[in-house]
Structure formats: structure tokens, C-alpha cells
Design a protein around this ligand. Structure first.
Ligand SMILES: Cc1cn([C@H]2C[C@H](O)[C@@H](COP(=O)(O)OP(=O)(O)O[C@H]3O[C@@H](C)C(=O)[C@@H](O)[C@H]3O)O2)c(=O)[nH]c1=O
Length: 188
């Protein structure tokens, strides 16, 4: 049986699938297309699968692809724990500019669906983390875009760690929210 959670930001869905435990270990159906299609009332089709490994303090994001290559994402943490962040960039949305954060851990098999039009990022809280994610549009380097993870306007309460955050040179120079919203082409 599937248990799912929705949030203030429309179309973000956290799937909490059932674990089947026995003497050998556990078996979990982490995703069924029909589950999401029933909630979203539209077809989903993931064409690219990614595997990302990181160590504690690595902060990736906040990222999105500009239209017409905006990507919906399906996130699973298969090792370790992350603090996952989403920002609604859809001008038509009642939660435009709103952020949402969740702790995701491999200890609890969960699958997070992030609709197209949201910026996404995460901080690794465990010694190592492995994130598997699927996207419904191919990676388009020319459409790759970002938003400063530490923009005070976003008020994201990133957890404090005993080590420094490890942020890529690209992500240290992402634009602020105010700079981003001046550019109409960035949004759905
Ligand atoms: C995202 C991506 C990157 N790459 C390459 C480009 C680069 O050489 C290397 C690392 O890219 P990045 O620094 O952008 O990787 P990363 O910072 O992990 O980017 C990811 O961050 C998280 C938060 C997301 O939500 C993803 O959509 C994606 O943007 O991998 C691909 O080949 N395919 C892809 O789909």
C-alpha cells in the first residue's frame, strides 16, 4: 500500500512506499508511474537517470533548466541523508518564490517528485550520500540555470554542520532571487 504526502507547493509529492521485510532483508517498490499519474492527473515520463555521490557538507544547487527544457525530477536517497530544498519558480503558482525543505534518508525508502518549474538543491548531512534521480527532459547545458543557495531573501534554514559547506565554483556565483525574477524567460 502506498502512503503519499503533498505540500503547500502544488505538485510536489513524497511517495512513502511499503517495505516488505523478511529474514533476507527488505523489498520496496520505490516508484510506479501510475501512482504519480493518479495524483498529478497527467502522464509522467522519465528519460534520463542520474547517480550522484557526495560527501558531508557538499551542497549542490539551487538548479533548474530554463524552458522549454524545464525538468521534473524524481529523487531517491539510497545512501546517507540529505537536506533537500525546493523553490517555486512558476510565476503562475500561488506559492511563487516559496521554499520547501525536507530531510531525506536512505533509512526510510522514499521517492520525492519535484515538478518542472522549481529550483532544487541539497546539502549532504551524512559522511557520504548517494542520490539517484530521474528527469523528464534531457540535460541541456545551455538551459542550465541556478539561484544562490544562500540568498537571504529565500530564508532557507540550511542546517549547521561542523565542517564548511563544499559548494562548486558555479554555485558560488549563482544569481540572487531579485536578479533572477527580472528575467522573464527563466520561468514557466
Ligand atoms: C546535471 C548534469 C550534469 N552533467 C555534468 C556536467 C558537469 O560536468 C558535471 C557536474 O554537473 P553539475 O555541477 O551541474 O552537477 P550537480 O551540481 O550535481 O547538478 C545537479 O544538482 C541538483 C541539485 C539537481 O537538482 C540536478 O538537476 C542537477 O542540476 O556533470 C551531466 O553530464 N548531465 C547532467 O544531467
Amino acid at each position: 500500500m502506498l502512503n503519499l504526502k503533498t505540500f503547500d507547493i502544488a505538485d510536489v509529492v513524497l511517495l512513502n512506499p511499503q517495505s516488505h521485510c523478511d529474514a533476507r532483508g527488505q523489498f520496496v517498490e520505490t516508484f510506479r508511474q501510475a501512482w504519480l499519474e493518479q495524483v498529478l492527473q497527467k502522464p509522467v515520463n522519465f528519460c534520463q537517470h542520474n547517480l550522484v555521490q557526495s560527501t558531508r557538507g557538499v551542497l549542490r544547487g539551487l538548479h533548474f533548466q530554463r524552458p522549454p527544457y524545464a525538468q521534473a525530477k524524481l529523487i531517491q536517497v539510497i545512501e546517507g541523508e540529505i537536506f533537500d530544498v525546493m523553490v517555486d519558480l512558476r510565476r503562475s503558482s500561488s506559492t511563487f518564490g516559496k521554499t520547501l525543505n525536507l530531510h531525506l534518508s536512505a533509512k526510510t525508502p522514499q521517492t520525492l517528485y519535484i515538478p518542472a518549474g522549481l529550483a532544487h538543491g541539497y546539502l549532504v548531512l551524512s559522511e557520504q550520500a548517494t542520490v539517484l534521480y530521474q528527469v523528464d527532459q534531457y540535460y541541456q547545458p545551455d538551459a542550465d540555470a541556478g539561484l544562490a543557495y544562500n540568498d537571504p531573501d529565500l530564508k532557507i534554514a540550511w542546517p549547521k554542520l561542523s565542517c564548511k559547506y563544499h559548494v562548486s565554483p558555479k554555485d558560488q556565483q549563482q544569481p540572487s532571487w531579485k536578479a533572477l525574477i527580472r528575467d522573464d524567460k527563466l520561468f514557466l
